[in-house]
Design a protein around this ligand. Structure first.
Ligand code: PEP
Ligand code: MG
Length: 594
């Protein structure tokens, strides 16, 4: 196909499906770029590129200074020092001089200027001044990031069918793109539950993330195969591979159509136990896709999108219009609207978040809402008002204990009173659920159940917090184990606590959409599962294969193992031996590979 050597890269299959197309590299990891001599006519352009990178780095530093917040104001001097180095002739002037006099690329010139400046500091006796060499290195790194890291491609302007290759994609970047043009996503960073993965699944765009160096290995225009099911990217494939993949792609599409045809049937086990299967969505527009794929409701409506996609805070009216559209489109089916879960790995452009050393453990989700009471009230008002138009429930994220839940409920009661006083219609009996995604909530699930109408287990965060594995860190992605005995025990404990108190227990973390884990979850006693819409047909198909009694037996046995690997092997054996035909789908889904 291509004169260049084929290359296979492995990462995390974050959204299933196969695409074959041209790559567009939109950003690269900040790495040292090799020496490149310039042709005479390139020198001016290179100097201008260097100046633009200096300006961009300066802008970043100024922005960081403004955003420091009062508690860090004392440290503004560090940023000032960095600005000073950036403006100093040792870096800016010397860099330009080197580009011109030696005819070399900006990155190389920057490296030389940096080395010279560092040696000035390193040769000083004074410890403090000597340690400034580290600041020079930091500043040079910032400039380098702008030289190497940004292709300058306008994401919103992409108007050709491409596979987007990036170092990383922020929620704001993914939302800028018109996904109609994007065939697939391929990134260095990110894991199976990162925002990019969730967006890619929601939009049925195949994605492989966590590839570490793909933004360096692939060039714009390279022909690539993205196998989001197997977590693999093949760059410049040979004819034979291409042929194989065209067959695989066709088989995948056929298979997807086949299971889609049965997606609307209810999920009954062979002995008649019914399990509700819902969809996780982020946009009102996704309700249609969710229904096509057989969703019986929306088990998780992530409401961050409105805060991410615009610069100003959404008003009550805007939120209401959005929530009402979802409720109405669901036509009597239930929707769990989750209150704002901002912070951690989720950022918003309209919400100011102070920089934190450990954002995942910081002011996020319900904690943020309980602090920013105006924002919380506005959202609760909109959710309550939407409850007049359908089966709306509210769900609080990241509840860590009873105190927090009671506080949130108090706000809800106040808002209800306000609306009643104003004569605004709402459902006074609107159900109040909580996400169980912090280990402390598992430990006190029996106490929480006294104050909640339902539980929904958020395994994405529960696994992160209980196994101490950052959900977006590709270096520890292999340790992110949904089948870890600790996770299974916690699920069981939450189900038992919920049922003892007479409330239903759902799951809406990505684990619920894994066709291999679903039988285990049914066996552990969950009442409903909510997942990305694309996963619904397959999960329904698998759950129908046996009786609830058999799935409970499977869960009981799975709980007897000591490691995730043993549980995984056991599940493969059990499911593989008995249901090989269905489970040996022609194209494996992501969680069933690797
Ligand atoms: C979870 O944590 O499992 C979850 C569903 O919420 P999110 O992925 O939005 O944090
Ligand atoms: Mg969560």
């Amino acid at each position: 196909m291509n004169a260049a050597q084929p290359k296979t890269l492995r990462g995390v299959g974050a959204s299933p499906g196969i695409v074959i197309g041209r790559a567009l590299v939109v950003s690269q990891s900040p790495v040292r770029v090799p020496y490149r001599p310039l042709a005479a006519e390139e020198v001016e352009r290179e100097m201008a590129r260097f100046r633009r990178a200096l300006d961009a780095a300066r802008e970043d530093l100024n922005k960081a200074k403004v955003e420091l917040g009062p508690e860090l104001a004392d440290y503004a001097y560090i940023i000032e020092a960095h600005l000073g180095i950036l403006g100093d002739k040792m870096i800016s002037q010397r860099g330009e001089e080197l580009i011109r006099s030696q005819g070399i690329n900006a990155e190389w010139a920057l490296g030389l200027a940096e080395a010279e400046a560092k040696s000035v500091f390193e040769n000083v006796k004074d410890d403090y001044i000597r340690s400034r060499a580290a600041d020079v290195e930091y500043v040079a790194g910032q400039v380098l990031k702008h030289l190497a890291g940004n292709s300058g491609i306008e994401l919103a302007a992409i108007r050709e069918k491409v596979v987007v290759v990036a170092h990383d994609l922020s929620p704001a970047e993914t939302t800028q793109m018109d996904l109609g043009w994007i065939m697939g996503f391929v990134t260095d960073m990110g894991g199976p539950t990162s925002h990019t993965a969730i967006m890619a699944q929601a939009k049925a765009v195949p994605a492989v993330l966590g590839l570490e160096r793909v933004s360096q290995e692939v060039k714009s225009g390279d022909f690539i195969i993205v196998d989001g099911s197997a977590g693999m990217v093949i760059v410049n494939p040979d004819e034979e591979t291409l042929h194989d993949y065209r067959d695989k792609q066709e088989a995948y599409e056929l298979y997807a159509q086949e299971i889609l045809a049965q997606a609307h049937l209810p999920t009954n086990t062979t002995d008649g136990r019914r399990l509700e299967v819902g969809a996780n969505i982020e946009l009102a527009e996704e309700v249609a896709t969710a229904l096509t794929y057989g969703a019986e409701g929306v088990g998780l409506f992530r409401t961050e999108f409105l805060y991410v996609s615009q610069k100003t805070m959404p008003t009550e009216q805007e939120l209401l219009a959005n929530f009402k559209a979802v409720a109405q489109r669901l036509d009597g089916r239930p929707v769990n609207i989750r209150t704002l879960d901002i912070g951690g790995d989720k950022f918003a452009s309209s919400v100011e978040l102070a920089p934190e050393i450990n954002p995942a453990l910081g002011l996020r989700a319900i904690r943020y809402c309980l602090k920013e009471q105006g924002l919380f009230r506005t959202q609760l008002r909109a959710i309550l008002r939407a409850s007049a138009y359908g089966k709306v429930r509210v769900m609080f994220p990241l509840i860590s204990g009873v105190g927090e839940l009671l506080q949130a409920r108090k706000f809800l009661d106040q808002v209800k009173q306000e609306l009643a006083d104003q004569g605004q219609p709402f459902d006074p009996k609107m159900k109040v659920g909580i996400m169980i995604e912090v280990p402390s909530a598992v430990a006190v699930a029996d106490l929480l159940a006294q104050h909640a109408d339902f539980f929904s287990i958020g395994t994405n965060d529960l696994i992160q917090y209980s196994l101490a594995i950052d959900r977006v860190n590709e270096y520890v992605a292999h340790l992110y184990q949904p089948l870890h005995p600790a996770v299974l025990r916690m699920i069981r404990q939450v189900v038992d606590a919920g049922h003892a108190a007479g409330i239903p227990v759902a799951m809406c973390g990505e684990m619920a959409g894994d066709a291999r884990s679903a039988p285990l979850l049914l066996g552990l006693g969950l009442d409903s599962l909510s997942m990305n819409p694309l996963a619904i047909p397959r999960v329904k198909q698998v759950l129908r294969l046996a009786s609830a009694r058999e799935w409970s037996g499977l869960a009981r046995n799975a709980l007897g193992f000591a490691t995730a690997a043993e549980v995984s092997r056991f599940m493969d054996q059990e499911l593989g031996a008995r249901f090989s035909e269905v489970l040996a789908a022609r194209v494996p889904l992501p969680a069933e590979t690797g």
